[in-house]
Design a protein around this ligand. Sequence first.
Ligand SMILES: Nc1nc2c(ncn2[C@@H]2O[C@H](COP(=O)(O)OP(=O)(O)O)[C@@H](O)[C@H]2O)c(=O)[nH]1
Ligand SMILES: [Mg+2]
Length: 461
Amino acid sequence: MQIAGSKVAEDETTKAAEVFAIGVGECGSNIVGSYLKTSADKRLPSRVRGYLLMNTDRADLTKVRSKYEIPKENTMLYGDSEIGVGGRFMDGYNSVMESKDIIFDQLANLGFEGVSGFSIFTSLGGGTGCGGTPALIELLKQRFQEEEGRRIFVYVIGILPFEGQSSEALNSIWAVSRLLRAQLQERGADLTILLSNRTMLKRILTSRRGESVDYLQRELSVDIADVDSIQTMVPSTIDEGGEAELRTEQAFVELVNPLALEVVESMLSPGVYEGSKDVFPTTDLADYARKLDPVVVPALYTDVGLIPDAGSMPKQIRAMIDYAVRECSYADVGDQPNAESVYYVLSGPRNISKAEHGMHLKEALDKFIAPGAAITPCYVQYHTPESPTNLLVLLGLPKIPELAQIINEATQLVNLHSGASPLKQGWFMRSKGVPRKELVSAIADFRELFSYYMQPSGAQE
Ligand SMILES: Nc1nc2c(ncn2[C@@H]2O[C@H](COP(=O)(O)OP(=O)(O)O)[C@@H](O)[C@H]2O)c(=O)[nH]1
Ligand SMILES: [Mg+2]
């Protein structure tokens, strides 16, 4: 391992793409903060130049600082309320716009000049990050692309809400549609990577059943009869915002965050310099953006038991791909994601992670992709034979059945607050900061993109 910023790492990486990480809002800051805390000695991967955690909520920021031991200069409070924006994402948007100068000053102090890209971590269902992220991207693109004439790439790692958080479902749809629309003007995210809290929770509950149930019982001091009862705890409780609900949500978050970190780490891994590994083709972080469609769902299968001498390799590889896509994706893509592009990173010992397997991987991926979809391979080879084998599959623009659920939740909410009365229409301005029609068209965007799974019933015009 190299220390970020040390001489060797610098020599190795000056020509490679460097990114700057930004965590916006509570969720975004937690993800970056816990990444730093778990990575050895708070080292950033060699290609991450620096980071900033920003929030409009003083209490949240203070909590993050002490929980993850983040230096003050890496955090920033902005906006004029100090108490956050609630779910009113348009306030999140405007707070960033109005704080442009101080944001850029602080980024400059942290050395963001010259980086090739940014990774922005956020929840999509909140306010500060949900609204702040599109605003930040607009400002960054404006600054680098329009003023300096230099192309930068921006990744968003966006967290979709738990089940039953209908207000958050609506915010998420607005955010993703906004990012995609902005992209048409070269001012959006190059890549929006979706991780879903509801899917991560389900995965954790199935794979670490006993542990998770114990944890939840302890944290919430309730008796959990079976895992299914946890699923039903979610819809009825979380959205209310009461004390018990907050505790439930907090407990869920603690359960899923390690899973979120795992995938972030594995995405960064080809760019982390290590003396004992080779990466080929040489993979630049910007490659993900170049090779993939703008919305991506990752799947990560860790510790794969591929054994070269035990039976047919093509068969083992097919089983590995099937399991990765169906059981290890970070938003449930079902059986037929029909992805329009794929990027995979196979890492492991030299006799396993090798280009000769590419053909079989390609064959195995075939049933999960649209005809003609591009597949981009990357192999990370460790010199140590006992290193674990991991497979990361990034699915570009897959069909995502759970988005149908999110759309339905959002549509119900929009319909609930509809009617001729200005009081009803006023709900949207009051709680989101945008008029109703903007949300209706965001939902329509979504239906179009992911129409595959949609029922004909929609939001009323
Ligand atoms: N996975 C995960 N989700 C979180 C975390 N913190 C909040 N969330 C989710 O994010 C949403 C709320 O957004 P939040 O980040 O609190 O809003 P913001 O601070 O206004 O940007 C809800 O869906 C939460 O369940 C976290 O640390 N990890
Ligand atoms: Mg919050």
